[in-house]
Design a protein around this ligand. Structure first.
Ligand code: HEM
Length: 249
């Protein structure tokens, strides 16, 4: 077994036991599909709610990977950090494509869903705020989001006390002796941050499509708010490195 396989490789290489459970049990499909919002009579509503749930599952995946990347950076392991970050740009791209499916809803179907769901909005996604806070984009005004309960606020306050990924990245690059590995980590983070910006921009286009100049359900100015959000960077340090010193083009 190579050293690489032992550090980064298979379940067996990492000492995890394999089990003989069938597919459905491994995935806990009974519980998952009971909780999934796929039982509504209205297929449009099913698409709308299941898309949100699917995004939330992947937000959790992103959080686990970012936490692992932060630990790897703090341990000085840039190769592992890059490996944890690298899938996330593709994950965000699949979430972006989910907006394309929602864009096929008719205006009437969208408006009926909106009426039925009242004030509920993705703006109340605690995990999305966790991703921002974990990376280092920490706008504490979001703690005042209507609908956040005590457990949500405790999770978000916990994130504010944690070391951010950006801080871990700064310490790592300051001590890293290998410029190629430092660059690998920077590019992985940049590709993730770019994919998030593109997801945000697609989201804004979707809001233009359905809401026009109308307000969002959370009371924001709708698409305009999302276009402004698309300019937010999760890890500003990894963008446009050296641009200030470059000759103007
Ligand atoms: C037709 C579909 C959708 C429309 C029209 C839409 C519209 C909006 C609008 C207008 C906002 C701004 C806050 C507000 O006033 O409500 C918002 C925020 C948000 N939505 Fe959506 N959304 C849609 C689908 C989704 C999906 C599938 C997700 C996935 C979880 C999502 C996640 C979010 C998040 C995380 C925010 C907060 C963004 C931020 O503050 O940076 N949205 N959405």
């Amino acid at each position: 077994m190579t050293e690489y396989a032992t550090r980064y490789g298979t379940a067996q290489a990492q000492g995890r036991e394999s089990n003989d459970m069938p597919y459905g049990q491994v995935l806990r499909l009974d519980e998952l599909l009971k909780a999934a919002r796929v039982h509504d009579d209205d297929p449009d509503m099913v698409l709308f709610l299941a898309t949100h749930q699917s995004c939330e599952v992947f937000f959790a995946v992103i959080l686990r990977h970012l936490e692992a990347a932060r630990s790897a950076l703090d341990a000085g392991d840039g190769v592992l950090a890059a490996r944890r970050i690298r899938p996330l740009a593709a994950v965000m791209a699949t979430l972006l494509r989910q907006f394309d499916a929602l864009a096929t809803l008719t205006p009437d179907a969208f408006n009926a869903i909106r009426t039925e769901l009242g004030d509920a909005s993705g703006f109340q996604s605690v995990q999305w705020r966790e991703i921002e806070f974990l990376c280092g984009l920490r706008d504490v005004r979001f703690l005042n989001t209507a609908g956040f309960g005590d457990a949500d606020l405790a999770r978000l306050r916990g994130r504010l006390e944690e070391r951010s990924l950006q801080e871990a990245y700064r310490s790592f690059t300051a001590g890293c002796q290998d410029p190629l590995i430092a660059e690998e980590v920077r590019v992985a983070l940049l590709e993730f941050d770019e994919a998030v910006a593109m997801w945000r921009a697609r989201h804004a286009v979707l809001a233009d499509h359905f809401l026009g100049r109308g307000q969002g359900t959370a009371g924001s100015d709708g698409a305009s708010y999302l276009w402004r959000a698309a300019r937010r960077q999760l890890v500003p340090d990894v963008w446009a490195v050296g641009a200030e010193e470059a000759e103007p083009s």
